[in-house]
Design a protein around this ligand. Structure first.
Ligand code: SF4
Length: 733
């Protein structure tokens, strides 16, 4: 942690910035306001459709431009994701455009890495520098020694450039630090993963079960809207969470479970449903594989057995099991999204999948629908060079069921140099310092690099460690790749610029294309401008670019999405059926049916650290957005009111959190409440920034990531279970 405490903050001299400005950019941004599609109305207001990027959900937006300036954002009523309404973050996207702390020009590191002293340069200088370093890495180690971390659709063109360069090491924290175990657990069971947006038919569910899934605070727009509909329709809601979340406040049953014991509860529920023959017998008989063995494996996990583990009384376990069975198959046990908790997360997700299988909800209305999409050809680029080495993140398939690249696997390889050295990182739109656990390991890896390029809109903590920082235009100022969504109805949506970038920021496609040209990969960008690229793909698919530009969305013909509408009940598992008993897991040395292992207890005087989302922020990416920060300025630590009283604390008092490894957080306000169990504390993720360039966010609240020094690797897929850290409360004097 020494490296972190010694950090000095970014210093950019005004002289270097103004000097760079006179040098000019490599080329003029070819998209301009004249090309925007919106009609101008009598009062001088222009309406332009695009889609949101404050989170990855990609909701359709109508941007209002008044007197040439961005005025407000609303949902596009034609868009199936936003359905005409944005979440608070989407509406607050205006603040991202006007954010005075945005990155404004390319920067090159001036001094030792970590000292954070920079020179503002032209785009040409920045790209020349990057290209030179990339070629040097390629000559010495091979192109595979360059890796990329990214988040969201905006990374597509940079990935294309790096694939053309010769690497295939691309990862996103959304797998190993978020939804990966869920997708693997469901794939092992049904042969398909959950996808994003989730294929959950929330609005038609008659019974909804959330385990630690705090929808409403976790603000995925369509799901929140569907949740409201389900509530209005009288759906029966069961929430399992150590914290009384917003979702819990809507529940018929709230189960304040002991953290880390969810598998015990799931096994007990399945035990009741199987033993009392409450499952969907026709469905299980028709589609299930290994049911008798499964039944045998779960026979001992009674509610009485689960009670001392979970703290949930047997009577409540039974009643909630009956409630689920009563509404089957329209009972949706939600698979969650951020599920990297304890390191046994794939098996927990598999238990959730198996419970859904018993209830017959996969492929059924009110359960899981089959997502559909439009058919749109890719651009006919030349083939990419074949990498000479396998991917670096998972040597010898150490994590045999990983279905995407493991971020922490790339980080490990960067530290160890094994199976081969990683010497270059491109980091696009993800603040790795906050996204990965154990900040010290991330910094150790960074110190082994010959090149770290960060492409982002704000000077996040990871930008502070970069050799080159490239300022990207925000989503309202650029085109991106087409969004060909997999959802309950097929559609294509367009992100297009509604205003110009205020400084020397550039869209990601421009950066990727210019970089490719610098490294001699011109043949991979036969198009001059992204509009040519977009038009090509749309025309090849039989769609009209102008129509898409005007409406923001083109919809396809509705298609069946449930088995009883004609969707074939196919399960691409080894048995071709729903795998109640997984031979492939058994053969790989894992439990064929999930088993429960007791979680580690907190040391005396410590509380388990839990973390989650706030409805007005996205990760650590929005704390410099003035509009969103005005709604929620700093996070609080939730602590049980009895404990708070015992410690002599009340709501509003400031404390620090100290974890089991002695790491001490920034100061954070107490929220003393009876809405959380006494054995854990909870904070909202994304606060406690220490990048001084994030002036508005600097030192506000505490960072959960800083306290996540421990993590437990999921042996099936390599994800990092992070709810394994404990903290004490340090009272401020
Ligand atoms: S959920 Fe909210 S932030 Fe995310 S894309 Fe939709 S409107 Fe934007």
């Amino acid at each position: 942690m020494d490296n972190i405490s010694r950090r000095k903050f970014l210093k950019i001299s005004a002289a270097t910035i103004s000097g760079a400005a006179t040098l000019g950019a490599v080329g003029k941004l070819t998209e301009s306001v004249e090309q925007f599609s919106g009609k101008i109305f009598r009062n001088g207001v222009q309406k332009i459709p695009t889609f949101c990027d404050i989170c990855f959900w990609k909701c359709g937006v109508i941007a209002y431009i008044r007197d040439g300036k961005l005025w407000k954002l609303e949902g596009n009523p034609e868009d199936p994701l936003s359905r005409g309404r944005l979440c608070p973050r989407g509406t607050g996207g205006v603040g991202a455009h006007y954010d005075p702390d945005r990155l404004k020009s390319p920067l090159i590191r001036k001094n030792d890495r970590g000292k954070e002293e920079w020179v503002a340069v032209t785009w040409d200088e920045a790209l020349e520098y990057i290209a030179r370093k990339m070629q040097a890495i390629k000559s010495e180690y091979g192109a595979e020694s360059v890796a990329m971390f990214s988040h969201g659709i905006g990374g597509n063109f940079l990935k294309h450039t790096l694939k053309a360069f010769g690497t295939h090491n691309f990862a996103a924290p959304s797998f190993a630090q978020c939804r990966g175990p869920r997708d693997v657990g469901f794939k092992l069971t049904f042969g398909e993963d959950i996808s994003s947006p989730e294929r959950t038919d929330i609005k038609n569910a008659k019974c909804l079960v959330f385990l630690g899934y705090h929808l409403g605070e976790n603000m995925h727009n369509t799901q929140v809207q569907e949740f409201s509909e389900a509530i209005q329709n009288g759906a029966s809601i069961i929430v399992v969470d150590p914290r009384f979340s917003i979702a819990a406040s809507k529940a018929k049953y709230y189960l304040p479970i002991k953290p880390g014991t969810d598998i015990a509860l799931l096994l007990a529920w399945m035990n009741v449903i199987v033993n009392e023959k409450l499952y969907d017998r026709d469905y299980v008989e028709k589609y299930g594989f290994g049911f008798e063995k499964f039944k045998n494996e779960i026979s001992n996990y009674t509610p009485e057995w689960a009670y001392p583990e979970t703290g949930i009384e047997p009577e409540i376990i039974r009643r909630t099991a009956y409630e689920m069975a009563k509404h089957k198959p329209a009972t949706l046990v939600h698979p969650g999204r951020h599920v990297t908790w304890y390191g046994d997360d794939t098996q927990r997700s598999r238990a959730i999948a198996l419970l859904n299988a018993l209830l017959g909800s996969w492929g059924r209305k009110g359960g899981f629908y089959t997502p559909v999409s439009m058919d749109l050809p890719e651009y006919p680029y030349p083939p990419y060079p074949k990498p000479n080495k396998p991917k670096v993140d998972n040597p010898n398939s150490k994590y045999p069921f990983a279905i995407e690249t493991i971020t922490n696997g790339i980080r490990d390889a960067t530290i160890s140099g094994s199976p081969y050295p990683i010497k270059g990182w491109f980091v696009y739109a993800t603040n790795l310092i906050h996204a990965l656990p154990n900040e010290a390991e991330t910094i150790k890896a960074i110190q082994n690099l010959d090149l770290l390029v960060v492409i982002d809109v704000i000077p996040s903590e990871i930008a502070g460690w970069a050799d080159v920082v490239l300022p990207e235009s925000i989503y309202l100022e650029r085109y991106d790749d087409l969004n060909v969504e997999w959802f309950r109805e097929p559609f294509i949506s367009l992100r297009q610029p509604v205003v110009e970038s205020p400084h020397d920021q550039k869209p990601n496609w421009w950066i990727a294309k210019k970089l490719a040209e610098k490294i001699g990969l011109n043949e991979y960008y036969p198009w001059e401008n992204i509009v040519d690229y977009l038009k090509y793909r749309l025309t090849a698919g039989g769609y009209d670019f102008e129509e898409l530009r005007t409406k923001g969305i083109i919809k396809g013909t509705p298609q069946p999405i449930y088995f009883d509408q004609g969707v074939p009940a196919e399960f691409p598992t080894p048995s071709g059926k729903i795998e109640f008993y997984s031979l492939q897991l058994a053969q790989a040395g894992f439990d064929a049916v999930p088993k429960y292992k007791k979680p580690e207890e907190a040391p005396p005087g410590y509380f388990r650290l839990l973390y989650g989302r706030a409805p007005v922020h996205s990760f650590s990416r929005t704390q410099t957005n003035r509009i969103l920060m005005d709604m929620y300025q700093e996070n609080e630590v939730w602590i049980n009111h009895v404990i708070a009283e015992r410690l002599g604390l009340k709501s509003g008092d400031y404390v620090k959190l100290k974890n089991q490894d002695g790491v001490v957080s920034n100061r954070i306000k107490i929220k003393s409440t009876n809405r959380i169990r006494p054995d854990c504390v909870y904070i909202v993720h994304g606060f406690g920034h220490n990048s001084k360039m994030l002036r508005y966010a600097y030192n506000k609240g505490a960072s959960d990531s800083q306290l996540l020094t421990r993590y437990v690797i999921d042996p099936l897929m390599g994800g990092t279970g992070m709810n394994v850290n404990f903290v004490t409360i340090e009272v401020e004097v």
